[in-house]
Ligand binder design. Sequence first.
Ligand code: CNA
Length: 239
Amino acid sequence: MNNMELFQKWIDESENIVFFGGAGVSTESGIPDFRSVDGLYNQKYDYPPETILSHTFYMEKTDEFFRFYRDKMLELDARPNAAHLKLAELETAGKLKAVVTQNIDGLHQAAGSKKVLELHGSVHRNYCLRCGKFYDARQIKAMEGVPICDCGGQIKPDVVLYEEGLDTDTIRESISCISSADMLIIGGTSLAVYPAAGLIDYYRGDKLVLINKSATPMDRRANLLIQDSIGKVFSQLKV
Ligand code: CNA
């Protein structure tokens, strides 16, 4: 049995699948990740993305933060690819229980997924630090400089910046889903960003599938390792 046949067999046999993903899930939708050769780390900026997307940078160089955020994080024309769409289909079929994602692009919801646990928030929600009013991504894209609310307060993306903590309810729910899953599919993530990457330790089953283009620190723990494009892999799957 080849890798794809085994993947299909495990999907067919499972009824409580959880997907854990990262930026690599959206590269085939045209959104660059951080660590690939054409990822944001290898594009030239005055500062590395992790510095720009940190709480300190947001506080101290807010103008520069929003220049990068508008330019690189608000990819509003991106559409879901075969991986997002197939995961939504698996949920509709009653086989997939949750998508746990490090992504902030909203593409799983755009594909129709209902249960999406966003560990790092979403660019589609931005809120006023003074009055709490919400603004969507298009509104932020249309504003210039540091976005300011009608009330005069500063608007902040509902995105977990480096140095900031993750939402405890989202973490708790992710742990609960992962620890009760009969199959865990991990895809498009370098598994280098903590605490998110540590969540996969809660999986207790023996159907851990890891789909990633490049090697990760968890490769040896996978029961099935597929080193390929995630959109290509999911497009071959029958639900
Ligand atoms: P990462 O560290 O950039 O790693 C991405 C991984 O995906 C790499 O190992 C690549 O080899 C792999 N990869 C890239 N394209 C594909 C593909 N088509 N098929 C299979 N594998 C592929 O990204 P992580 O998500 O692991 O890092 C965590 C950060 C990146 C999170 O905090 C995200 O919020 C952040 N991020 C998110 C987005 C987004 O929302 N789309 C974009 C860029 C960065």
